[in-house]
Design a protein around this ligand. Structure first.
Ligand SMILES: Cc1cc2nc3c(=O)[nH]c(=O)nc-3n(C[C@H](O)[C@H](O)[C@H](O)COP(=O)(O)O)c2cc1C
Ligand SMILES: [Mn+2]
Length: 473
């Protein structure tokens, strides 16, 4: 059993409530409305097969910068939403800010947490309760061509620390293995894995819930690394407490407005093969022994909307590897040196690469900043530091700096045998990997001799228009 702990008291003067005033989102449905108004979603009434077709259409929508709502999924009794937060624009819509402000808003949320609030009375997420569980009643897609089956992957997995009682929100893909059985891919370093290992060491199963179809701030909170009760991050992002209700079968609070909630336990002592699935590394994961979960109850709204995300989708990469890790990357690197101008985790590098721009770094500072970047998230294994005349958001410029400003015998440090993520193709199954800092800044002794060539900007269109008007006259 999980011990109930009082929530820690917070300094109310630090409560963050500013930026959400005009945002009308408080659940998945209201977010879909916002996406419609912003023309950020494609809707399909044509029948779509959840096996392989839905994943492919989702990918095509993502490439156009859109979410997708499938109203007619083959064999399904409910619509399916995909890629809700698969772009900076849609993340901005979810939290009511411009894309440039996302990092700041997320950083501020960690500094001014707002705890959840238990609602009185019946909760929408428990309008219908089913104890006779059959996961086949849910439209869980088989997304990518070589996926080993149907995976639940956009649900927010909620667990509680058996020691402190705090709630942890995260994404953990679950492979459907039977009517009420799932394989659970619990990676190294994950909080839920720590909870499970503690429970299992005491011979206990670990209760968990999966909330599918939630207010998008809960989706963002689930991708965060945070040591407190992670409902606090969702509350801070929304500017008010997340309404929750007690699960039916365990001592876990679930979001009251979720579309669907699965309640179950991760079983102590059992491991079964799980995978493969299209992973955020851009490769399929292998098949590995993983813990097994049993779902005991499904609760839902009367007419629920199912939510999914394809493995290795923009949404998976943005949420899981980039946007939610940048605030800490910036905080640690900028507090290491005031000469750090910007820091970026490009989603195209799956969260393994950090790019940092610095102004005239002093001796030793580049490596100090590189070490700070590596410690900001365990998955980061390469840090490239460039001068601030290089645009870190433009890969062409970063490659140019690497090709012209690095002396490889001197400007690269390799740190062997460091904890990373076991899904990286060069890591072993414990997650051990080697990491690297690449100093692609101009050597201090060369700064006065070499400067980047920059031509003045011209208005070519105006010049050419003048040319063609000459021709016609
Ligand atoms: C769509 C999506 C799927 C993910 N799937 C998994 C997974 O299967 N296993 C895992 O350990 N982490 C997965 N992650 C990453 C974790 O959910 C994420 O790092 C989260 O912060 C972990 O929570 P924690 O820091 O509280 O442990 C996924 C992330 C996203 C966005
Ligand atoms: Mn956590």
């Amino acid at each position: 059993m999980i011990a109930q702990q009082p929530l820690p008291q917070r300094d109310a003067s630090k409560q963050y409530s500013g930026h959400m005033a005009s945002n009308s989102v408080d659940d998945l449905r209201s977010f879909i409305e916002v996406l419609r108004q912003a023309h950020a979603i494609h809707e399909f009434t044509t029948e779509i097969d959840p096996v392989h077709e839905l994943g492919a259409v989702l990918r095509a929508c993502e490439q156009e910068g859109k979410a997708a709502l499938f109203h007619n999924v083959k064999g399904a009794h409910m619509p399916v939403l995909g890629s809700a937060l698969g772009s900076h624009e849609r993340i901005g819509l979810a939290i009511g800010c411009d894309r440039e402000k996302i990092s700041n808003v997320l950083e501020a949320a960690t500094e001014a947490p707002i705890p959840f609030r238990e609602i009185d009375g019946p909760a929408p997420c428990q309008e219908v309760v089913t104890d006779n569980v059959d996961l086949a009643t849910l439209p869980i897609p088989v997304h990518a061509p070589k996926d080993g089956g149907a995976f639940l992957n956009a649900g927010v997995v909620i667990g509680r620390d058996p020691v402190s009682g705090r709630h942890n929100l995260s994404y953990v893909r679950m492979q459907v293995k039977g009517a009420d059985r799932v394989g659970i891919n619990l990676n190294t370093w994950r909080h839920l894995r720590e909870f499970f290992e503690t429970a299992e060491a005491n011979g206990c199963n670990l209760p968990f819930c999966v909330a599918i179809g939630v207010d998008p701030v809960l989706m963002i909170a689930a991708a965060f690394r945070y040591d407190g009760d992670e409902y606090e991050i969702a509350g801070a992002l929304r500017g008010k407490p997340t309404p929750v209700v007690r699960a039916r079968t365990c001592d876990i609070m679930v979001p009251a407005t979720a579309e669907i909630v699965l309640e179950g336990e991760i079983l102590a002592g059992g491991r079964e093969d799980e995978g493969p699935m299209a992973e955020y590394t851009g490769h399929y994961s292998g098949i590995h022994p993983q813990p097994v979960g049993r779902i005991s109850t499904i609760t839902r709204r009367c007419r629920p909307i199912f939510q999914t995300t394809a493995g290795a989708s923009f949404e998976h990469l943005l949420l899981g590897t980039a946007v939610t890790r940048e605030p800490k990357l910036k905080r640690l690197t900028m507090s290491t040196s005031p000469r750090v101008r910007d820091a970026y985790l490009p989603p195209y590098a799956s969260g393994f690469l950090a790019l940092i721009a610095m102004d005239n770094p002093r001796p030793g500072e580049v490596r100090a900043v590189g070490l700070a970047a590596l410690t900001s998230h365990v998955n980061i294994n390469t840090v490239i530091i460039v001068d601030s005349d290089v645009d870190i958001f433009n890969p062409t410029e970063v490659f140019w700096a690497m090709s012209t400003r690095v002396r490889w015998d001197r400007d690269q440090v390799v740190i062997p045998r460091t904890l990373g993520n076991e899904l990286h193709p060069s890591a072993d199954r414990t997650g051990e990997i080697s990491k690297s800092i690449i100093d692609a800044t101009l050597d201090q002794t060369l700064r006065n001799s070499y400067s980047k060539i920059v031509y003045p900007k011209v208005d070519l269109a105006k010049l050419l228009a003048a040319e063609s008007s000459k021709k016609t006259s």
